[in-house]
Write a protein that binds this ligand. Structure first.
Ligand code: FES
Length: 430
């Protein structure tokens, strides 16, 4: 049963009903109507160098294998054997010639075709291996090294879906003509919390920085007093995309808050030439961003991450470290260490964020607690075209991108997806 969520998400008034974070039925609807039809980040191109390189991940809760086939094309399949459904590939990543099921031994090639079936003569005469290929992820696309998949066979092209968000992403992905690559493996950790708490914060919430990260900012401040006052007074902008993406960033000409060797490495005049002054002074700085629904990044330390939903109450965070390909090794290493110190699994900023989401979620199942709406009213009506940054922008301290995130979410939740024919939403309680 699908629920009409329009009574739960009042994006004009800036109020959100807490049940959207806790209700099991709404969570199931998200899998069907948000995750089964949105472009979802799968992996970075640099993880695949030769045919047979593979990486296993999730689209919503659906397990997928991403691999490079013999023609060096990136492919993705449901990671479930067509025979009795066991997880076909159990490794996180690796290289192979075939995917062979450990249950009864069916083997699939890199193009997903079923190649061998033990004891095949025992099957009926009309059994045809061609009918039992792996389930393909029908839509795959790459944007500047980032591979996305979509279960919708007629999905809107990725670039159109990203829209103006590409300009903001380019401030991280396009600094180097050689592009980017990921360094090391994928860091994975679990948090108590609904996936939207994390995705929404990365889209819209600069507001928490001064309070939640106060002690971390003091530790990193050269004076030991912390840059609190300067940060509170820092001007900045927030990008508000109609399709749920968001990015916030302080705007300043010089003072990036990043690893010294990375700062020294960058040729800022050349970057200004390449990306434009506004990009270098804005989205390339100490900002935050989410590509709807669950891919987020931090341009200043190259943290790219997916908030994998694991039920309404749990997130599995998967984080990569992104570096520019042309960086010398010692600069890449400085970026890696800076990333780990700040936003790695035990990074001093990361721990603050996870604690907040868990503290929201842990009490959200209380009956009365769950009946009190949450406030998203900061900056209502502030969205405009500012003449500098593409698309609609708001102030740095604003919930505008959060409201837009939930508006897009609600629109998807209330509209039948590609796999539904003629199904209508129902009112709550029906
Ligand atoms: Fe895979 Fe039987 S479940 S071969």
């Amino acid at each position: 049963t699908n629920v009409d969520v329009s009574t739960l998400v009042d994006t004009d008034g800036g109020m959100i009903d807490r049940s959207i974070y806790t209700d099991r039925g709404i969570y199931g609807q998200e899998m069907r109507r948000v995750f089964a039809r949105s472009w979802l980040f799968l992996a970075h191109e640099s993880q695949f160098k030769k045919p047979g390189d593979f990486f296993t991940t999730f689209m919503g809760e659906d397990p997928v294998i991403v691999t490079m086939d013999k023609t060096k094309t990136i492919r993705a399949y449901l990671n479930s054997c067509r025979h009795r459904g066991v997880r076909l590939c159990r490794a996180d990543a690796g290289a192979t010639k075939m995917f062979t099921c450990t249950y009864h031994g069916w083997s699939f090639d890199l193009a997903g075709a079923l190649q061998s079936v033990p004891n095949e003569q025992a099957y009926p005469e009309d059994f045809d291996r061609k009918d039992w290929s792996l389930i393909d992820v029908p839509s795959l696309a790459t944007y500047k090294g980032l591979i996305f998949g979509n279960w919708d066979p007629n999905a809107e092209p990725l670039e159109e879906s990203l829209g103006d968000m590409r300009y903001y992403m380019d401030a991280m992905l396009d600094r180097d003509p050689e592009g980017t690559e990921v360094m090391g493996g994928v860091m994975k950790w679990e948090l108590e919390g609904n996936w939207k708490l994390a995705a929404e914060q990365f889209a819209t919430d600069w507001y928490h920085v001064n309070m939640s990260h106060a002690s971390a900012l003091m530790v990193m401040s050269p004076t030991g007093r912390g840059p609190k006052a300067e940060i509170a007074a820092t001007p900045g902008r927030q990008f508000v995309a109609p399709n749920g993406h968001g990015a916030g960033f302080p705007t300043h000409p010089k003072s990036r808050f990043d690893a010294g060797p990375v700062h020294e490495y960058y040729d800022y005049p050349a970057l200004r030439e390449r990306l434009g002054d506004a990009a270098v002074e804005g989205p390339m700085t100490t900002g935050h961003a989410t590509v709807f629904p669950n891919f987020s990044y931090l341009p200043v330390n190259g943290s790219i991450r997916v908030w994998h939903p694991k039920g309404p109450d749990k997130i599995e965070v998967w984080a990569w470290i992104l570096v520019d390909k042309s960086m010398p090794d010692e600069v890449k290493d400085a970026q890696r260490l800076y990333n780990l110190r700040t936003f790695g699994p035990s990074g001093i900023f990361e721990a603050d964020d996870g604690e907040n989401w868990s503290e929201v979620q842990a009490i959200s199942h209380g009956f009365v607690t769950n009946s009190v709406p949450l406030n998203f009213q900061m900056g209502i009506g502030s969205e405009r075209n500012d003449g500098v940054y593409p698309g609609q922008t708001s102030e740095l301290y604003s919930d505008a991108a959060g409201r837009s995130f939930y508006k897009h979410w609600a629109g998807l939740m209330n509209t039948p997806a590609w796999h539904e024919q003629g199904k209508q939403s129902q009112q709550p309680g029906q």
